[in-house]
Design a protein. Structure first.
Length: 504
């Protein structure tokens, strides 16, 4: 008989596990900016070294999405989750204790890797493993975990920096990690691997690992020291390897991520929105944080970014209310449009005051909260439910690449474009505006030219029978003379997820 924890049938415990696993590191990604001076002073590190460490942690997060899927195919998922959470706890303790800069850097990078491993191991099961009636709640939780945690990061980082100490926040992360480990034990279910007979995709793992390390290191080095062989060579080589990973997965007979199956209207619509919103919004956040920290106290930064989290909560509630309606695609593209509005407003950042920053951060919160998580579910509902883990992995990989590679490049451009830092920042914000507006236009074109129509997702069929929740027409179906009925949403044979029914 398979071993099960005493809370294996508790939905609230499963939700708490996902929150405790994902939120700590994602909060830190937004909290690091205000804490950099304190970290540099206490650990004897330069700001540029810390920036590279943060970039590598973001790269480790992106790489972990691919590694997690590879492990899930061959190894028991819940046993591996215990390994991931335990490793995260050790890394969190080391980062908080960190007697030297090297210990902190290594621990922080491991935290990024373990967070995406935990995401891919735990979050999909929260979607497929419980009755359909709980899915709107799951959507709300995922929305807050994926972006809400990032949104509250600058506020928490500013508040912590205002005390003159950084370790209490890191010890708090370690405490949450310990709670995550306890919840992983209490909700344990000894599930078998997905397909032990499947081949190991070593090519994909190498391309993802080396590509992420090189690209994120190069982008961070570019931000700190400008263009040179030591920054441009790894950046370009890494981007080429990551592009090669996507091509490899598209052509592979048994891919880790179903790129070929996502080449229809609804998945393409969702992927493009997630990428455009992440790139433009995270770039905006970093530009605003950098500017505001130069002329304001950490406490002022905390207050000015608080509306971003409040807006993220509001959009998470709206997403939950619209979850089972036909309007999720409308919400997603509206969110991307709101990011563009935020960028337009923030072009006056150099001359605007705290009210402008607060309004801009609130609009960013509304925009990203309304776009990224809805786009993820739009993509997932377009394939069979058993593919949701692989869809999550691909979306988080692409979101991580676009968000955390574009931002440091924009920060570098802000220092070299124009006659002053203010002019350079304005130009970089205009680039964010162009990315968001371009994303709106391209995704609308994909939807219209694909013959897409708003549909109510058939979640019962998606979960219980494993079939797509709606019909996704072929890409550019109108231009190719195809009808929506010609859509191909098939996939390689995979095991179907079985919803839990006990005690619900």
């Amino acid at each position: 008989m398979a071993r099960r924890g005493p809370l294996a049938d508790s939905y609230l415990s499963a939700v708490a596990l996902v929150i405790c696993a994902l939120v700590p590191f994602l909060v830190l990604t937004g909290a690091m900016f205000p804490l950099l001076p304190l970290l540099a002073k206490d650990l004897g590190l330069s700001k540029s070294t810390l920036t590279v460490a943060i970039g590598l942690s973001d790269g480790a997060y992106a790489f972990g999405t691919v590694l997690a899927v590879q492990f899930a195919v061959h190894l028991p998922a819940r046993r591996m989750l215990l390994v991931y959470v335990s490793a995260f706890l050790v890394a969190a303790v080391l980062a908080a204790w960190a007697p030297t800069g090297l210990v902190f850097i290594v621990a922080f990078i491991v935290e990024g890797l373990c967070t995406s491993l935990m995401l891919i191991a735990a979050a999909p099961a929260l979607v497929t493993g419980w009755p359909v009636a709980k899915m709107p709640i799951t959507g709300f939780v995922m929305n807050l975990c994926v972006f809400g945690a990032v949104a509250i990061g600058p506020t928490i980082g500013g508040l912590q920096a205002s005390t003159g100490h950084w370790r209490p926040l890191l010890w708090g992360v370690a405490g949450v990690a310990a709670l995550a480990l306890l919840l992983a034990l209490l909700t344990f279910e000894d599930d078998p691997p997905q397909d032990e007979g499947a081949p190991w995709d070593i090519v994909a793992v190498v391309l993802a690992g080396v590509g992420c390390a090189a690209a994120f290191y190069g982008a961070s080095a570019l931000e700190n020291a400008g263009p040179s062989p030591s920054s441009l060579v790894p950046l370009i080589a890494g981007v080429v390897m990551l592009a090669g990973l996507l091509v490899h997965q598209y052509l592979a007979r048994q891919p880790l991520m179903p790129i070929r199956q996502l080449a229809t209207t609804f998945p393409a619509f969702g992927v493009l929105i997630a990428m455009a919103a992440s790139a433009s919004a995270i770039g905006l956040m970093d530009l605003v944080l950098t500017t505001v920290l130069e002329k304001s106290t950490p406490m002022a930064v905390a207050l000015q970014f608080l509306p971003e989290f409040g807006a993220a909560v509001i959009t998470a509630v709206v997403f939950a209310l619209l979850f089972r309606t036909r309007f999720t695609p409308v919400l997603a593209i509206s969110g991307l449009a709101l990011v563009a509005v935020a960028a337009a407003l923030l072009t006056d950042l150099a001359t605007g005051g705290s009210t402008l920053v607060a309004a801009g951060s609130g609009l960013i919160g509304l925009g990203v909260g309304a776009s990224v998580s809805p786009a993820l579910f739009i993509t997932g509902f377009s394939l069979r439910s058993a593919q949701i883990q692989r869809v999550f992995a691909l979306l988080e990989l692409l979101r991580g690449i676009t968000a955390f590679l574009v931002a440091p490049i924009l920060l570098y451009l802000a220092t070299v474009i124009g006659p002053s830092a203010a002019a350079g920042t304005r130009t970089a914000i205009w680039i964010c505006l162009a990315i968001a507006l371009g994303g709106v236009l391209v995704t609308l074109a994909v939807f219209v030219l694909g013959g897409g129509r708003l549909q109510v997702p058939d979640l019962e069929t998606w979960q219980n029978d494993g079939e797509p929740a709606w019909a996704s027409p072929p890409l550019l179906a109108r231009l190719r003379g195809k009808k929506p009925a010609d859509a191909d949403t098939g996939s390689a044979p995979v095991e179907r997820a079985t919803p839990k029914t006990a005690n619900h």
